[in-house]
Design a protein around this ligand. Structure first.
Ligand SMILES: *[C@@H]1O[C@H](CO)[C@@H](O)[C@H](O)[C@H]1NC(C)=O
Ligand SMILES: *[C@@H]1O[C@H](CO)[C@@H](O)[C@H](O)[C@H]1NC(C)=O
Ligand SMILES: *[C@@H]1O[C@H](CO)[C@@H](O)[C@H](O)[C@H]1NC(C)=O
Ligand SMILES: *[C@@H]1O[C@H](CO)[C@@H](O)[C@H](O)[C@H]1NC(C)=O
Length: 602
């Protein structure tokens, strides 16, 4: 076993000592699974084998609510603004962009192999990874692979897959999640029989919408699917006939954010008309179908756990369950879809069973997909210094648990369009096929004392929700002055709070490495401030008041730096916080012009 002992972290050394070998990893990732419509509660075998036997991370988030950028974030441990893979297809995302950015040569499976692991993957890896470009170049990092390929990736009954780089094979007539489950079983058998620790990833498409590939147009990615005249649509997902009888009475929870009387949110969301009864019934059926599709995944989980158990390796294996991003259907009047910064789209399941993790436990530490690659690599006993996240403490190691407990922020970002799925979502009143102006920066803060969401849109709009009081994120303080009037947090006014949140977002939107983990240190170099309430100290008021604010000069479809206003946090080495300082003006930086209603508030 190849192990770089120098790189052993204390945490991994502890795990490895206890086990005298590197633990195995079985990673299961679904596609677009919601955390907020009860999908996890409808997977009894997930509950039996992982939730009841492992630990649920209750404050887990993705940082960009769309498949491909989120998976790049997950498999690199780097924020989307650092990978610059921000979309599902060219020019801003998809497999060609991933290759161009050097990610195919330098990401988790490659590092896991270097740490001595045998690696396997089956299911969907990337978008715009196609029957034409699967060998240009081949995917790196896997000892065994069997990838779903575009344009058939989301076609539940016409999958095409390439095994170990061979010519894609047509699986028409077979149910894709079941095909992937069988392949996963085979790879897991092979992995267990090997003489090295293994890292096996299974990525079925359930419960993603069904997209029937058009054999004539050969549509290759989701953007082309939207081209005028395209026959492809994001349709109700298909499920295996054996699950057709399930969930007949299920309805999407009628929470406060469900098709509300008043429009909510910002940008295109704030302009949505109410869904009518036909659409609501359709969305309920849409979600029923998603739950049925997930039953194949649920059955697979039991089969794979049984296999690990029967071969005597279950106790040496971390079994991890998550999804790439969340999903909404009817909340905020939206048609089915993702791409939003609300909890429906970013707050997602993460369950881990394995060495050091308590059975049936629930942990509240704030974690995100940026932390997954550091976590997996630390299981392997290795580490890197270019991660934008932090390994999640898996064993009860007090020190790392304390460090993780200090982190309360999640950096959320998005570039591009909003994409309504389902048959009512496709045609907009203006004839367009998608919602423009869906580029925003956001911040999610969660601690035992508060739960907050702050966003800045490319349109100049802003949102603030006190998520503890307003879990549906329905009452935007920027849209209703009354909400802010008497609001206090840690004894400070809402305005003072917003200055801090904005200054934190300035750091996070371009952060790299440790700055992403400890963003307050960019404002307080002496390390005296690590959390929001410490930054709220009145002695910092003038600094935060004058700090350049987050803003955009236009709405772009990708990460175009010049459109994103203030780029870097101001260096203020030598500034003493004990006096009421003037924030230094950044040379060459035009002062940011507020748009929207900001000026009414300051
Ligand atoms: C898996 O691939 C790595 C990297 O190519 C190689 O070092 C290792 O020997 C392979 N394992 C097996 C079982 O072939
Ligand atoms: C709801 O709107 C859709 C699309 O315009 C329409 O087809 C349907 O008949 C409407 N249903 C009701 C109950 O008005
Ligand atoms: C998009 O936002 C811009 C402001 O950046 C605005 O002028 C434009 O009207 C918006 N477009 C739509 C379709 O809402
Ligand atoms: C991100 O990639 C796009 C497309 O290649 C490019 O136009 C843009 O300049 C890149 N952004 C940054 C910040 O490098």
């Amino acid at each position: 076993m190849k192990v770089n002992w120098l790189k052993f972290s204390a945490l991994a050394a502890l795990v490895n000592c206890a086990l005298a070998k590197q633990p195995n990893i079985l990673f299961i990732i679904t596609d677009d699974q919601d955390g907020h419509m009860g999908s996890v509660e409808h997977m009894p075998l997930l509950k039996k084998h992982l939730i009841d036997k492992g630990t649920s991370f209750e404050n887990h988030f993705c940082t960009i609510a769309i498949c491909c950028p989120s998976r790049v974030n997950l498999w690199t441990g780097r924020a989307a603004h650092n990978t610059n893979v921000t979309d599902v297809g060219p020019p801003y995302g998809g497999y060609p962009k991933i290759v161009k950015e050097g990610i195919n040569d330098d990401y988790l499976p490659v590092w896991m192999q270097a740490a001595g692991y045998n690696t396997y993957y089956t299911g969907k890896l990337w978008n715009a990874h196609t029957i034409n470009n699967y060998n240009q170049p081949f995917v790196k990092g896997y000892n065994g692979s069997d990838f779903l390929l575009d344009p058939f990736t989301y076609d539940y009954w016409h999958a095409r897959m390439s095994r170990n780089g061979q010519t894609p094979k047509d699986y028409s007539g077979q149910y894709s999640p079941d095909v992937v489950a069988d392949k996963a079983y085979g790879f897991l058998e092979e992995a267990i029989a090997g003489d090295a620790p293994f890292f096996v990833t299974v990525a079925p498409i359930a419960p993603h919408s069904n997209i029937v590939a058009h054999p004539l147009t050969g549509l290759l990615n989701e953007l082309e699917v939207l081209a005028p005249g395209a026959v492809n649509k994001f349709a109700i997902p298909e499920y295996a006939p054996r699950h057709a009888h399930l969930f007949k009475d299920y309805k999407i929870p009628r929470t406060e954010d469900f098709n509300p009387e008043e429009a909510s949110g910002a940008s295109w969301i704030a302009q949505l008309p109410k869904l009518n009864d036909t659409m609501i019934e359709y969305n309920d059926e849409f979600q029923r179908a998603r739950l049925r599709a997930l039953q194949s995944v649920d059955e697979m989980i039991e089969r794979l756990v049984h296999l690990l158990d029967s071969k005597g390796v279950l106790e040496d294996t971390y079994v991890i369950f998550t999804t790439d991003n969340g999903f909404h259907a009817s909340q905020h009047r939206m048609h089915p879809g993702k791409e939003c910064g609300y909890d429906t789209d970013i707050h997602i399941p993460l369950v881990i069973r394995g060495p050091g993790l308590a059975a049936g436990d629930k942990r509240n530490i704030v974690t995100s997909h940026t932390d997954m690659a550091p976590t997996l690599l630390s299981i392997a006993g290795a580490s890197r210094d270019d991660f934008d996240g932090l390994a999640i403490p898996l064993v009860s190691d007090k020190k790392s648990a304390q460090i993780a407990a200090r982190g309360e922020h999640v950096n959320v970002e998005f570039w591009g369009i909003g994409l309504p799925e389902g048959k009512f979502g496709i045609v907009q009143p203006d004839g367009g096929l998608s919602y423009p102006n869906n580029t925003y920066k956001a911040l999610r803060l969660v601690s035992k004392d508060y739960s907050l969401f702050y966003s800045v849109w490319c349109t100049g709009e802003r949102e603030f929700y006190d998520v503890r009081r307003d879990p549906g994120q329905m009452h935007n303080f920027f849209a209703d002055p009354k909400l802010a009037k008497d609001y206090t947090l840690a004894g400070r006014s809402w305005q003072q709070l917003i200055y801090r949140l904005d200054a934190l977002l300035v750091v996070l939107k371009t952060c790299k490495g440790n700055t992403c983990v400890k963003p307050w240190e960019s404002h307080h170099e002496d390390g005296s401030v690590a959390i929001l309430t410490e930054a709220l100290n009145p002695k910092f008021d003038n600094y935060y008041l004058k700090y350049p604010k987050v803003g955009f000069s236009s709405c772009e479809l990708g990460y175009i730096k010049s459109a994103e206003g203030n780029q870097d946090h101001i260096s203020h080495a030598g500034v003493s916080w004990m006096t009421d300082v003037e924030a230094p003006v950044q040379r060459g930086q035009e002062p940011f012009q507020y748009r929207g209603s900001w000026s009414d508030w300051v």
